[in-house]
Design a protein around this ligand. Structure first.
Ligand SMILES: Cc1cc2nc3c(=O)[nH]c(=O)nc-3n(C[C@H](O)[C@H](O)[C@H](O)COP(=O)(O)OP(=O)(O)OC[C@H]3O[C@@H](n4cnc5c(N)ncnc54)[C@H](O)[C@@H]3O)c2cc1C
Length: 400
């Protein structure tokens, strides 16, 4: 009764997509266990931005995770008829200074050479697409393929589709203990029951290090707090998603000397290093923005100084936001690996143990394909070459 071919721990976008994609293979018996509700982690708390610059001439892992995921989101909405509020809206990134302009010109030229879809627009051209943006910029990077969708609806759609294909979904059940048996099967003890499985998938986002400890593993995933704010709903005024070049430029110039923190954070030891920005207008009319990424353990209290700084940054690009008060704020934990790259594949040191994590600040947009990849690994027992850069075995404590 409690025996499964595969158990997936974690009902975020990675685990739900893995469940959906595994359900369509081989009639195997699959259980997904989530300690709270589906999408209660980062997958339900994010900005809903989906990044892609297309496959390019020679698709690499990043193209697969971003553009592959985009195609899956599209299919969820258009073929499986889930209303996930998907729109391939495009995205605009503001260029504020000459050094940012030179940096991004160089980056965009390189991207175009390998067939990626991206353009630099003058501010006038950008204002013809998005009339609300300020004139005070040197230009905008335009990503026409980028998209947006509702985070909760999308994640729940995957778990619902998985459930309809026969996956057992148990929510409000926390995995408390895991034992690897001598034949490399697993026994799980949860807050409600005991289970047995052949294959185990950790899709536990920012909690992956905690789960690893149950198996005496040190999985190098660190929870990074991301926080956001929203206005009250207003009539439609924004169509694209938005960002700014300030953080990309600063992170590009970071010498990477701090080996104890993941890359691309806005704060180090409580001190702001850069301002990061992302946001959009939701279908319900709320304008939502966020940006800060801070390493604070599992502390998800909102820092209002950071929220104010983020709102000022957004208002530089979209001046009408100065008229709109903040109506709510929230925070969640992004799963950053110590090297900033995803961790997707087999954990070599334990047989039949798989992980899909480290999706960091862009795991909503990359989650669907990451889940599909891990489902294919479990189903075939084979890890495709394209996942080499995400190999858990690159960390010596996980290597076989
Ligand atoms: C504020 C914010 C804004 C963001 N904006 C964007 C964005 O616009 N675009 C983008 O692409 N990405 C964005 N991200 C990042 C993105 O949300 C994450 O990378 C992604 O959701 C990670 O998905 P996941 O499935 O790996 O983890 P999660 O969604 O966190 O799922 C892990 C699940 O595991 C469960 N779990 C943990 N331990 C146990 C246990 N012991 N037993 C059972 N269940 C357990 C948790 O409850 C959780 O539901 C943002 C993140 C935040 C916080």
């Amino acid at each position: 009764m409690n025996e499964f071919d595969t158990i997936i721990i974690g009902g975020g976008i990675a685990g739900s997509s893995a469940a959906f994609h595994l359900a369509n293979k081989n009639n195997s018996k699959i259980l997904l266990i989530e300690q709270q509700t589906i999408s209660s982690g980062a997958s339900g708390l994010n900005a809903g931005q989906i990044g892609s610059t297309g496959w390019g001439n020679i698709p690499d892992l990043s193209s697969y995770l971003t553009h592959g995921s985009l195609e899956i989101f599209k299919s969820l909405q258009l073929d499986l008829n889930y209303d996930i509020e998907f729109r391939q809206s495009g995205s605009l990134a503001a260029i504020q200074t000459k050094v940012q302009y030179d940096f991004v010109m160089d980056t965009v030229m390189k991207m175009k050479k390998v067939g990626k879809t991206v353009e630099i627009l003058s501010t006038r051209e950008a204002r013809s697409i998005e009339p609300e943006i300020s004139e005070n910029f040197l230009g905008f990077v335009f990503y026409p393929l980028r998209a947006q969708a509702d985070p909760v609806k999308s994640t729940v759609a995957f778990s619902d589709a998985a459930f309809k294909s026969g996956v057992q979904i148990n929510i409000n059940e926390e995995v408390k203990n895991i034992v690897q048996n001598s034949d490399n099967t697993y026994n799980l003890q949860t807050s409600l029951n005991n289970y047995y499985c052949k294959n185990l998938i950790l899709a536990t986002g920012a909690w992956s290090n905690k789960l690893g400890k149950l198996l005496d593993l040190d999985i190098p995933i660190i929870p990074i707090r991301g926080q956001m704010w929203a206005t009250k709903p207003i009539s439609p005024r924004l169509f694209n998603t938005f960002s700014s070049l300030e953080s990309s430029y600063d992170w590009h110039n970071d010498d990477g000397s701090d080996i104890n923190t993941p890359p691309d954070l806005t704060h180090i030891s409580g001190e702001r290093k850069t301002r990061h920005l992302y946001g959009r207008q939701r279908k319900n009319g709320e304008v939502i923005f966020g940006g800060d990424r801070e390493m604070l353990g599992f502390n998800n209290e909102v820092d209002f100084n950071g929220i104010e700084s983020n709102k000022n940054h957004a208002t530089e690009i979209l001046p009408f936001l100065s008229e709109l008060p903040i109506s709510r704020t929230w925070a969640g934990f992004m799963p950053f690996s110590i090297d900033g790259e995803p961790i997707i594949g087999k954990i070599p040191i334990c047989k039949n143990l798989y992980i899909v994590s480290g999706l960091a600040s862009s795991g909503f947009g990359r989650g669907p394909m990451s889940g599909k990849f891990i489902a294919e690994c479990v189903d075939s027992g084979f890890v495709p070459e394209i996942l080499n850069d995400a190999d858990p075995g690159r960390f010596k404590q996980l290597a076989g």
